[in-house]
Design a protein around this ligand. Sequence first.
Ligand code: PAF
Length: 281
Amino acid sequence: MEIIKEISEMKKISNFWKSKGYKISFVPTMGFLHAAHLALVKKARELGNKVVVSIFVNPLQFGPTEDFKEYPRDLERDLKLLREEKVDAVFVPTVEEMYPPDFQTYVEVTKLTQGLCGAYRIGHFKGVATVVLKLFNIVKPDIAIFGEKDYQQLQVIKQMVKDLNLDIEIIGYPTVREKDGLAMSSRNIYISKEERNSALSLYKSLLMAQKLVKEGIKDPRILKKEMENFIHTHPFTKVQYIEFVDPETLEPVEVIQKPVICALAVYVGKARLIDNMLISP
Ligand code: PAF
């Protein structure tokens, strides 16, 4: 497994693989890998001949009061896991390599980023789109795989690829959950033992919404209230948002008449957790 720190080196290897006709599949990550990342890597292996994983905690997508400094990191462990998955190359650039002092170009997907997490994490998706486009230009993948847990991110990347005419197939991979239903996330490390049960309230509230919709409740305002009340029966929780949106435009829906995405963000202690589910009437 190649471990590559420099952009020029990564480009050289990718160009070589492309010249040989290999299909490159790519999994961008911020490291501290868990089973959900490894599921993306396995999918990448299935779809391509060469698998590249990037590990880069991207400062551009963290707000000034967010957890860039404390974001969990464990490169040695990550590399061991990726070696076991027989990944071909891991791209691990430094912040200086990705953002030299004269860096001044950004990518902004304007509409899809207005609601949901975008409304609370100002500049977050600009940071995501910018780094992902840079990574795409460096790794030159044919296919890139993203988890559906970050549903808005997935839609933003798809839109960017479409708008900027990139020849990359974007694959969404279903959310991987712990046995009890908690969506896997590197940030779950922030959840204490006492908070763990409260963290399950996100998934449980989504199941509850699904059940209520099947029973005939079609008004998102009623559903939101029910979900919020349920979540707040759990200690340490504070709902940031609960939204029912169109799966493609991410615009809020007034009445649930076709499948919608219910997405939510909840603080459990200091951990900000997100989750979502496709809900059909
Ligand atoms: O989902 C993530 O881990 C990050 O947002 C990504 C896509 C690697 C960009 O930094």
